[in-house]
Ligand binder design. Structure first.
Ligand SMILES: Cc1cc2nc3c(=O)[nH]c(=O)nc-3n(C[C@H](O)[C@H](O)[C@H](O)COP(=O)(O)OP(=O)(O)OC[C@H]3O[C@@H](n4cnc5c(N)ncnc54)[C@H](O)[C@@H]3O)c2cc1C
Length: 390
């Protein structure tokens, strides 16, 4: 694979940079770089991207897709992250949108896809349950068919940004008698204003409450909100999880954090000089630099291999190494910030060096990367089985 960009690709990249840097307000990008993105930031920037035809470029052309080459898709993803533009909401653009476009009815496509692309609907992912995370197929939430509705009962947990959710895509057991636990699961679309739903926030290690649990008590879902065929939900979920892993790798984000850290290390004092001269720091940075180059090449391979719609197993490798690299970078950044990284809780603007004071919360917050989207231990299992044939 040719890793040099052609002149057409460079032109394409420059056009994207223009949109990302000139159209998405700088204060939104600044908050995003500090991990302080708000609900309105995400909505505003996704709508700007959508106006420029850049919110859902990997969807089918009929629904706003661009039919880009693997290289163009790669450039888009990494430039978005490098410019610190808030990612278009993954639940909408990488998860439920492609599922509806591929497996949904014509009515579902008309009703949901334009609104999903423009973030007029904020989707939440209702997959995990207290006893069903890595072992997702063990899920117990049931959807019992009753005439032209399903009646939903059970609990979902770890629902990211569920406090903003308008709708949720839910995996529920529609046939408890099925021979294998992967069978008898359906993929349903749930309006979160339906009676019988309770949401509760969960507080995380960094003090934020970005995840929630949901309880369903005889919640009625019209049967027309079933996606695809009844009992085939596991197939759709697997398709979705492959897409999710690719988008979690965050190689462009890691490149931006790396560049920021390398620049600030030039002036960060250590007592004997600047951090940039410290042997241990330099060693860590060199190791990360090499990893970033390998990740970029791997991402191109994954993008290329996923083009026929099937997720490449290499996405597990990318998820594993991409998240480990970003976590290592946030650790280094916090170390570099020294005492400035001491946790501060303030409602007003941060006074000291923003990047330094934000680094501790960022470090804590990004511990989640090795858990969600399929824990890194699970990715190692997938890699051993499907790539190494062990
Ligand atoms: C911040 C955050 C946000 C999330 N957002 C969402 C969301 O929006 N929607 C949603 O549906 N879910 C979400 N999740 C859930 C996430 O997908 C699960 O937490 C994840 O799949 C792990 O499942 P679990 O928590 O049940 O842990 P478990 O599966 O119980 O795992 C516990 C530990 O055992 C290890 N382990 C388990 N099985 C194996 C195995 N076979 N081999 C080796 N090790 C193993 C795991 O790696 C882990 O270290 C989120 C989770 C977090 C932390």
């Amino acid at each position: 694979m040719d890793l040099e960009l052609s002149s057409a690709d460079i032109e394409f990249r420059d056009h994207l940079r223009e949109v990302f840097l000139d159209e998405v307000p700088a204060d939104i990008r600044r908050r995003s770089a500090l991990n302080q993105t708000t609900h309105d930031d995400i909505v505003t920037s996704q709508r700007i991207l959508n106006r420029h035809g850049l919110a859902v470029p990997h969807w089918p052309a009929q629904w706003g897709g661009k039919g880009w080459t693997a290289t163009q898709s790669h450039i888009y993803g990494s430039e978005l992250q490098r410019a610190a533009v808030p990612q278009p909401l993954a639940f909408n653009v990488s998860m439920v949108g492609p599922i509806i476009a591929e497996f949904g009815s014509e009515e579902q496509k008309q009703k949901f896809l334009p609104a999903t692309a423009n973030l007029d609907i904020w989707w939440s992912q209702g997959f995990s349950e207290p006893e069903a995370g890595s072992d997702l197929a063990s899920l117990k939430t049931t959807a019992r068919r009753d005439g032209d509705v399903y009646v939903l009962n059970g609990q979902k947990t770890w629902t990211t940004l569920g406090q903003y959710g308008d709708w949720m895509f839910v995996l529920a057991r529609t046939n408890p008698e099925a021979a294998r636990k992967q069978q008898g699961i359906s993929f349903l679309l749930l309006d979160l204003t339906t009676p019988g739903i309770e949401r509760r926030p969960i507080t995380l290690v960094d003090g934020s409450a970005e995840v929630n649990e949901f309880f369903f008590d005889n919640v009625v879902i019209p049967a027309e909100n079933l996606v695809g065929e009844e009992n085939m939900g596991w197939t759709y979920a697997k398709f979705l999880l492959g897409n999710e892993r690719n988008s979690i790798a965050h190689v462009g984000t890691a490149q931006r954090v790396f560049a920021d850290l390398a620049a600030s290390a030039q002036t960060t004092p250590t007592g004997t000089g600047a951090l940039a001269q410290d042997a241990a720091f330099r060693g860590s940075m060199h190791a990360i630099k090499t990893k970033l180059l390998a990740l970029e090449a791997t991402q191109l391979r994954v993008t290329g291999a996923s083009e026929n719609g099937a997720a490449s197993p290499v996405s597990s490798l990318l998820k594993l190494e991409g998240t480990r690299t970003l976590q290592e970078l946030t650790r280094l950044r916090m170390t570099a910030a020294g005492t400035d990284a001491a946790l501060v809780h303030t409602d007003g603007p941060l006074q000291a060096d923003e990047a330094a004071t934000a680094s501790a919360t960022q470090y804590l917050n990004l511990r989640k990367l090795s858990i969600f989207g399929g824990s890194n231990e699970i990715q190692r299992g997938v890699i051993a089985k499907t790539i190494l044939n062990l």
